[in-house]
Unconditional design. Structure first.
Length: 429
């Protein structure tokens, strides 16, 4: 039998002798795999001075739209005030009228009612009702509105089509007020399966508190990808809400060029404070990169590239690529250097795969490697990429020392930004 939470809300609760002891106020639930079932009832009594009691589900004989009956005597039930069940996940507190994530359709929704299944001795959460009818039902006007709609259209979709979302696709955003994290993980994997870009769009639909809670419940790798998908304003807001330790941990995970872009948008005092808390190696590199113009190769480049010594074999090179891949900006271009990190040449993954693994890496090198200087500007870099049809360019200093690389996505995003600014200026003239 199915029943809605709105039909149970406020029904009388009786003891084993059928004496009324209060009204049903809330239901605590326990996530089990893809589903959740009731683990306790919250009973309310009193008017101006209200009190509440928590009854474990094993003491519930039956629940219906008329009554919830218990196996306990009135004398065995202890009421108290105030109500405190914030540590538990409940239908009224954490689901009803709250923002939740629909991990199937990848959006944020508001729950208007909750569809429950009474199965043998269990009460199982079946669906979240997100339709207009859910609100009408809770207001107590369902019968009246249904009769009006039938007069005009008996086949109205309002009467025949429920807007339900299966509980297995629901991620409640129930916030622990102390840690500001989501308290109950119904299915963490559901969130991790959503692309970071989509999660970023979903976060914009959430309240700031829910936004922070959702962010903090993700693993550090997903946090980094999600952070990069947000615009600078949202990034700043999120970082302000995070503690210093969490903010630094996040920035340590970002690719160098992304971290530079973000820190470059902050006031010097704020960026300096963050750099002081970061790992010394990362902080030193970021400080150097921040000294370059944002429109120059130095300001756009990343230091997360793959470089191999000229003495290495192709087998050693492939092993190095495997080791460096998680952090490298690209593995399509591999750079060959000497002991002083001077750029000697480059190769590609394709060349390495088809070559003899015992050969020296120089045997798979490309005849000519196009380079750019630290001070070169966006326009020149874009023209070079177009001329040679390549997706990454090595950046060298005056002594031909390899200091970083620039990828096509870095250039594209900067060109879009420049075009946008020019368009805005043209409109203002």
């Amino acid at each position: 039998m199915f029943i809605f939470f709105s039909q149970l809300d406020g029904v009388k609760v009786t003891d084993k002798d059928r004496v009324v002891i209060g009204r049903l106020f809330d239901i605590l639930i326990e996530p089990i795999g893809k589903y959740a079932k009731a683990k306790a009832l919250i009973i309310e009594r009193g008017g101006l001075r209200r009190e509440w009691a928590t009854i474990e589900w094993r003491h519930v004989v039956e629940v219906s739209a008329q009554e919830a009956r218990l196996t306990l005597a009135s004398s065995e039930i202890q009421f108290m005030s105030p109500l405190d069940h914030k540590a538990d996940l409940s239908l009224r507190q954490d689901i009803l009228d709250q923002q939740v994530v629909d991990t199937n359709n990848q959006n944020v929704i508001r729950v208007n009612d909750i569809h429950l299944l009474i199965a043998e001795k269990d009460l199982v959460v079946a669906h979240a009702d997100i339709g207009l009818r859910g609100i009408v039902r809770r207001l107590g006007f369902e019968g009246f509105i249904d009769s009006i709609v039938k007069i005009f259209n008996r086949n109205s979709s309002y009467l025949t089509r429920f807007r339900f979302i299966s509980w297995k696709h629901i991620q409640p955003l129930s916030i622990n007020p102390v840690s500001m994290t989501i308290k109950v993980d119904v299915s963490q994997k559901q969130l991790l399966d959503i692309p970071a870009e989509d999660l970023g769009e979903m976060m914009l639909d959430l309240t700031p508190r829910h936004r922070l809670a959702l962010f903090k419940t993700l693993d550090i790798g997903t946090r980094g990808r999600l952070f990069m998908s947000l615009d600078v304003k949202e990034q700043k807001s999120l970082l302000e809400d995070l503690g210093e330790k969490e903010a630094v941990e996040l920035l340590n995970q970002l690719p160098m060029d992304e971290a530079v872009d973000f820190l470059g948008e902050l006031p010097k005092g704020a960026s300096g404070k963050i750099l002081g808390l970061m790992e010394s190696k990362n902080a030193k590199m970021l400080s150097t990169l921040l000294g370059y113009s944002g429109e120059s190769a130095g300001g756009l480049m990343t230091t997360e590239y793959i470089a191999v010594l000229e003495t290495a074999t192709i087998e050693q090179t492939l092993l190095l690529i495997k080791e460096k891949t998680p952090k490298a900006e690209t593995i399509q271009s591999i750079y060959i250097v000497d002991q002083g990190n001077h750029l000697i040449g480059s190769t590609s993954m394709r060349r390495l795969i088809i070559a003899n693994t015992q050969d020296n890496v120089m045997k798979a090198s490309i005849k000519k490697t196009a380079t750019i200087r630290i001070e070169d500007e966006v326009k020149k870099i874009a023209l070079l990429m177009d001329k040679y049809s390549i997706y990454a360019l090595p950046v060298v200093d005056a002594n031909n020392v390899l200091v970083g690389i620039i990828t096509i996505d870095d250039i594209f995003s900067r060109l879009v930004s420049i075009a946008y600014r020019r368009k805005r200026r043209a409109k203002q003239i």
